[in-house]
Design a protein around this ligand. Structure first.
Ligand code: PLP
Ligand code: COI
Length: 341
């Protein structure tokens, strides 16, 4: 299979239309058999549930080319399970987990020419999503839904790749206690748009959200969880019911403990202790592990000892091990890689 003529090394995190996408429709209480289509456009009624009341959930994952030329995805079963949780919270029907993985495999396979080559620094981003499509005017769940998967080749989420970024403590809240912060609902991201535009306008790369109930604890950013490294080399990540349970973060914690022999802690992380950490990183499918060099809290700067030039040494080890597993040159734990045949 011949690869597309794309400047893989210089891709940013943007949308490039690929050849095929997967579509399945839910009507009269059941999903149809679904399949691939060339049509990237969606036609829907002006009153569709997704347009009026934002009834939509999504997932984000990637396909990688390994050193020996296979195409793999990383723990797609966990994305399938998280989408079930998201759908239930928004009163949407569940798309069966085995069908989710099959839809991802079909879509990646059909767009294999867009999976960036090994070593290019780029990957194929996969976006499964689901939304209410029939007209809804009273506030209630839709009766009909569409599930889709598209793909787009991407480079680093933050310009500059692995260069440390500067983030600010946001004055806005991302998620409320007992709200939807723990699921991947489009509405959480709509909520964050004003905050991210404000952060960018003030010269920051991202927001650090604190817990909205007390504003004393670190939660996450608009699109990634936090990991911190203590001065005695423990890996700490915030525990909270209002953050998205990142698959990357769960994988990093496993890798830290079982591959690198580090102590790991998932617990409340108070903003007051951030100044005492040695390293800080953002982790997620898009972010991979993006090092944070500086946190600014209303003019007060916290500069991590790892500095603004490169990742701290422990973050680098975590990054190398995680991406080594994803790219197939470090042996993955059982079941983590799904080979696209
Ligand atoms: N937190 C938020 C708000 C996100 O949007 C994402 C991205 O998916 C993550 C964390 C990271 O999750 P994952 O590692 O599963 O991609
Ligand atoms: C991801 O990492 O997949 C995300 O969804 C984060 C962001 C692009 C919304």
């Amino acid at each position: 299979m011949e690869k597309k003529n794309i400047d893989w090394e210089n891709l940013g995190f943007g949308y490039i239309q690929t050849d095929k996408r997967y579509v399945a429709n839910y009507k009269d209480g059941k999903w149809d058999e679904g399949g691939l289509t060339d049509d990237a456009n969606i036609v829907m009624n002006e009153c569709a549930g997704v347009l009026q009341y934002a009834q939509t959930v999504f997932e984000g994952m990637k396909a990688y080319t390994t050193e020996d030329g296979r195409i793999v995805t990383f723990r797609p079963d966990l994305n399938a399970a998280r989408m079930v949780d998201s759908a239930k919270r928004l009163e949407m029907p569940v798309f069966p987990e085995d069908r989710f993985v099959d839809a991802v495999v079909q879509t990646v396979k059909a767009n294999a020419a867009y999976v960036p080559p090994y070593g290019s620094g780029a990957t194929l981003y996969i976006r499964p999503y689901m939304f209410g499509i029939n007209p809804v005017i009273g506030v209630k769940p839709a009766d009909e839904y569409q599930f889709r998967v598209f793909t787009t080749p991407v480079g680093p989420y933050f310009k500059g790749g692995a260069k440390p970024i500067t983030i600010c403590v946001s004055d806005f809240d991302r998620a409320a206690p007992h709200g939807t912060g723990h699921i991947k609902a489009g509405l959480n991201y709509a909520m964050s748009l004003h905050a991210i535009v404000t952060a960018h306008a003030n010269g920051f790369d991202e927001n650090m959200y604190l817990d909205s109930a007390t504003r004393t604890k670190v939660e996450e950013t608009g699109g990634a969880n936090f990991i911190f490294v203590t001065k005695d080399n423990k890996i700490v990540t915030p525990h909270s019911d209002t953050i998205l349970p990142s698959i990357t973060r769960r994988s990093i914690m496993y890798v830290a403990e079982h591959y690198l022999g580090l102590e790991v802690e998932e617990r409340d992380v108070y903003f007051d202790e951030v100044k005492d950490f040695a390293e800080c990183g953002l982790c997620g499918t898009a972010a991979v592990i993006s090092p944070v060099g500086k946190v600014v809290d209303h003019g007060k700067e916290i500069c991590f000892p790892s500095g603004m030039e490169k990742m701290g040494p422990t973050t680098q080890k975590l990054y190398d091990t995680l991406t080594g597993i994803q790219m197939g040159h470090i042996e993955a734990p059982e079941g983590w890689l799904k080979v696209i045949e």
